[in-house]
Design a protein. Structure first.
Length: 98
């Protein structure tokens, strides 16, 4: 049974690490996206086109990405961390019984 707890713990820690990296990647991509949109005006695209794109596409997309990242922070991370502790405690108890 110890091996099972070890695998469960590793899987939860891997998921937490993956989601942390995913969140960082989203943040990086969002920044690059914003840079691309700002670049529209810098190359001489009409202000009303770039402003319209920013207001109607870029800002709503950024808001959705922030919601995803906030969900990771407020829901996913705490749930995974809580379960890491539960599995760790169960593993420790099982080792005492051997």
């Amino acid at each position: 049974m110890n091996q099972n707890y070890e695998h469960q713990l590793q899987a939860l820690e891997n998921l937490l690490s993956f989601l942390n990296q995913f969140k960082e990647d989203l943040n990086t991509r969002m920044s690059l996206y914003n840079d691309q949109v700002r670049g529209l005006r810098e190359v001489g695209l009409e202000a009303y086109i770039s402003d319209n794109y920013d207001q109607n596409f870029c800002i709503p997309t950024n808001q959705k990405l922030w919601q995803i990242m906030e969900s990771f922070e407020q829901r996913d991370f705490p749930y995974i961390k809580e379960n890491i502790e539960i599995v760790r405690e169960a593993w420790e108890r099982s080792q005492k019984n051997y």
